[in-house]
Ligand binder design. Structure first.
Ligand code: SF4
Ligand code: SF4
Length: 197
């Protein structure tokens, strides 16, 4: 993302920026809360999709950027499927994650932020998310955080725990080691460039 895009001028509110980048018409929301009824993480996040949109429209930038729904959203698209106005909140939470990271805000869920970063980077390299590569990137970031927080002991405990989980997943064929790429990686790179990544 170009550095200039991170600073929002008063004339360019966060709501306008989110609407532009997510392609969602926030003003179409009439707070019927159908999305809220179906969101699997709304209750534990304390924020439902309708409320997130309301925060943006009311100019509560801090609230819209620093809330658990942004980090817990599963991108399940249940809210968008139910919305009579076809508002896809998953695209809104994705944009808010990107803006939050670009502004160097402390993520409310650092592991989710690390996974998000690893996923985007790994998928950009091959056009597909290769699990070993992506998980390696994720673990490197989490381990670096652990090193700062708890020292070497924490890193070892983290790697041991993840190795155990990885083994269990492989046993159940839930983790794949094959490295796959799309045919035209240049096209993916061009898309990333267009998105400012
Ligand atoms: S379902 Fe759509 S219109 Fe209704 S509150 Fe949710 S986002 Fe707004
Ligand atoms: S896409 Fe995100 S905000 Fe929408 S219902 Fe799923 S978890 Fe909730």
């Amino acid at each position: 993302m170009p550095a200039g895009a991170l600073k929002l001028s008063s004339a360019q509110s966060l709501a306008q920026e989110v609407a532009r980048r997510s392609g969602q018409n926030l003003l179409a929301c009439y707070q019927c809360r159908r999305c809220a009824a179906g969101c699997p993480v709304g209750k534990e996040s304390g924020v439902t999709p309708d409320r997130l949109i309301r925060m943006l429209l009311l100019g509560d930038e801090q609230g819209a950027l620093d809330n658990l729904l942004v980090w817990k959203c599963l991108a399940c698209y249940t809210c968008g499927t139910r919305c009579p106005n076809d508002i896809q909140t998953a695209r809104i939470t994705e944009v808010l994650k990107q803006i939050s990271k670009a502004q160097h805000r402390e993520p409310l869920l650092p592991r989710v932020a690390a996974f998000h970063g690893a996923f985007v980077k790994a998928a950009g390299q091959a056009g597909r998310f290769n699990e070993l590569v992506g998980m390696g990137m994720y673990e490197a970031q989490v381990a670096a955080g652990e090193l700062k927080r708890t020292g070497l002991k924490g890193v070892i405990a983290e790697l041991k725990g993840q190795a155990k989980l990885g083994q269990a997943m492989m046993k159940k064929k839930r983790m794949h080691v094959k490295y796959e790429t799309v045919k035209n990686k240049g096209e993916i790179k061009a898309l990333y460039r267009k998105a400012g990544r």
